[in-house]
Design a protein around this ligand. Structure first.
Ligand code: APR
Ligand code: ZN
Ligand code: ZN
Length: 366
């Protein structure tokens, strides 16, 4: 089958023929229909997020189940599924605590570049070929843990559903689960890419007002407003992002700031623009060794909450169908997220478009 392999950081993806074994007892073979091009994969391609290489990237996908292992009961061949990149184990400390987003086993899968039990189902002529986040969906087919497939209504177009595998759930959950935004709360979103636009549209759904979008690409203004932003700040116009947000929030500061890029200056700005006792939520994935600094006196004296949100703190088996239901009833917009489709052979063009910011989300369609 054809797949896009990252051999080494700072190289283009190599679209080539690879081998895929049949699924083990608790695994599922999925024929991919669509895979979104997310910035987290670009972080890996840049060497900013170390994972075992060579690997098949792609963690935002949807497709149709082709074969299931003998112990699989969650899905059957023919089911339409969204892949979850946190195939939570259900029995570690965090799963039992109701925080599957922090599942130890899912983190181990990420670090080992394999499936649960250190199993590898991928291979090619040049030696070992790693899995990535238990998904590896930049390939015509993939084998994933049964905990990593979420069955969905087959009436939903799979190129829209794919985005719920990462960008939509990450943005939605950050607003709903991490921040608990309420009607009339002011929300500021720094970074209006595929994930940030979903923070914006979920903030609108939650009744936030104003919703201030910030991006260094002026072309994101119109997109941000389509998804619900009431104001747009072009980050290239000034080094100071804090003052305009304080001005737009009656001199108080924003109730919630979401950082959706992963840069030092924007993380610090997110904390700085939040009002006393407000909340800054960091979604952007920074390189593992990057540090940020905050004024220590401000912690007690301003009592701001500074937190992160990983996969929107979601429970994928509950949240993915919930989000798709909101889409089917016109409450969430997935249609305007898919701005460009690419074949797998042109996947490197899709990453260039992501970096140039010419798309809301590019999608590989198989
Ligand atoms: N200031 C303001 N905006 C910026 C800056 C900056 N210094 N740098 C980049 N941006 C904007 C880009 O113009 C783009 O619109 O951030 C946005 C990033 O969007 P995408 O590239 O589409 O990335 P996305 O897939 O949304 O991921 C964003 O969330 O989940 C994490 O790993 C992911 O760190 C990444 C972040
Ligand atoms: Zn992602
Ligand atoms: Zn677990």
């Amino acid at each position: 089958m054809r797949a896009a392999v990252l051999v080494d950081a700072n190289e283009a993806l190599r679209v080539t023929d690879v081998g895929l074994d049949r699924p083990g007892p608790k695994e599922v073979l999925v024929k991919m229909a669509a895979a979104g091009v997310c910035h987290s994969d670009w972080h890996v391609m840049q060497g900013d997020l170390p994972v075992p290489l060579p690997a098949i990237l792609g963690h935002e996908g949807a497709g149709v189940v082709e074969e299931v292992g003998e112990e699989v009961t969650r899905v059957k061949p023919g089911d339409h599924v969204v892949l979850s990149w946190i195939p939570s184990c259900g029995h570690c400390f965090y799963c039992l605590k109701g925080r599957p987003d922090m599942c130890d086993e899912a983190f181990n899968i990420q670090l080992s570049g394999s499936l649960p039990g250190n199993v590898m189902r991928l291979h090619w002529d040049e030696g070992p070929l790693h899995h990535y986040l238990g998904t590896s969906c930049f390939a015509e087919k993939t084998v994933v843990p049964d905990t990593g497939v979420i069955p969905i209504d087959p009436a939903i177009a799979l190129n829209k559903a794919a985005l719920v595998g990462c960008a939509v759930t990450t943005g939605f959950g950050a607003v709903v689960h991490t921040a608990h935004v309420a009607p009339g709360d002011s929300v500021t979103v720094i970074g209006c890419g595929g994930v940030g636009l979903n923070v914006i549209q979920t903030a609108r759904l939650a009744g936030a007002d104003p919703i201030i979008a910030i991006d260094a690409n002026g072309k994101k203004s119109e997109l941000a407003k389509t998804f619900g932003a009431t104001h747009f700040i072009d980050a290239t116009q000034s080094d100071d992002l804090i003052t305009p947000v304080i001005d737009l929030t009656k001199g108080i500061g924003t109730d919630f700031a979401f950082e959706v890029i992963g840069r030092e200056e924007t993380i610090e700005a997110a904390y700085g623009m939040v009002r006393k006792a407000g909340m800054a939520v960091i979604i952007g994935v920074a390189p593992p060794h990057m540090d940020v600094s905050f004024n220590a006196f401000s912690f007690p004296s301003q009592s701001k909450i500074l937190t992160g949100s990983w996969y929107g703190q979601s429970v994928p088996a509950v949240d993915i169908p919930r989000i798709l239901g909101l889409y089917q009833r016109g409450r969430l917009n997935l249609d305007d997220l898919v701005t460009q489709s690419y074949s797998l052979e042109h996947i490197n063009d899709a990453f260039q478009a992501l970096i140039q910011g010419t798309v809301a989300r590019g999608v590989i369609e198989f």
